[in-house]
Design a protein around this ligand. Structure first.
Ligand SMILES: Cc1cc2nc3c(=O)[nH]c(=O)nc-3n(C[C@H](O)[C@H](O)[C@H](O)COP(=O)(O)O)c2cc1C
Length: 198
């Protein structure tokens, strides 16, 4: 099948777009509100976008708390969402007011970051400490302002659980990261294959 993506005439019960851009890594973004309360939420429009220096991005549909806090405080942390933490991750996607500590809400432990103020998720084996760089507001249809914004941050510190390092390499099968698919579906990375570049 082919469909016009502007008119979005896919004819299916659900928009297939997010089921086609898969698997999407989940940035589990912690920030601090101006009130000092810890905010934590998963973002699957998330990725690494540079290595020298290291940059990451997440995209917010509407100006949610994570975007606002990152912009206002200039800092955010991305923890890795893993299979063991899947239910806690899901709990942190609840829509709650800025006065609610979402780490506490999900039964998670805040671990102090080294270079930025927002804490990382202690239970997660990997975290990136980030300094906010800028926001790109994506245009909507016909020049109207769009609803999505891309928030970019420079990674200034990386935490890795030493237990996940084998022979000098990160063993992803020990981390068991989860990834977002379409609909309510997820994947877990617990198996890898290797290709040698020609
Ligand atoms: C796995 C998962 C991925 C999500 N990805 C996004 C995303 O990429 N962008 C977005 O705006 N919301 C996304 N959401 C919804 C947000 O997590 C949710 O709106 C949350 O309440 C936002 O919290 P905040 O206002 O504290 O930032 C996702 C939810 C889940 C469960």
């Amino acid at each position: 099948m082919f469909y016009d993506a502007i008119a979005n005439t896919h004819g299916l019960e659900f928009d297939p777009f997010k089921a086609l851009v898969v698997p999407r890594p989940i940035g589990w973004i912690s920030t601090l509100g101006k009130n000092g309360v810890v905010n934590l939420a998963p973002y699957s429009f998330f990725n690494a976008v540079g290595t020298d220096p290291h940059y990451v991005m997440f995209s917010s549909g509407g100006r949610k708390d994570s975007q606002r806090n990152a912009e206002e405080t200039g800092e955010f942390v991305c923890s890795l969402a893993t299979y063991d933490l899947r239910d806690a991750m899901n709990r942190t996607s609840q829509h709650v007011g800025p006065e609610v500590d979402e780490m506490e809400l999900a039964g998670l432990t805040p671990a102090p970051s080294k270079l930025v103020a927002p804490p990382r998720v202690k239970e997660s084996p990997v975290a990136f400490e980030c300094r906010y760089w800028r926001t790109i507001n994506l245009p909507g249809h016909d020049g109207e302002p769009g609803t999505h914004s891309i928030i970019l941050g420079k990674v200034v510190g990386v935490h890795i659980d030493d237990a996940a390092i084998t022979d000098g390499k990160v063993d992803v099968t020990k981390l068991k990261p989860i990834a977002r698919l379409g609909y309510g579906d997820y994947a877990v990375i617990d198996e890898v294959f290797t290709l040698t570049r020609p």
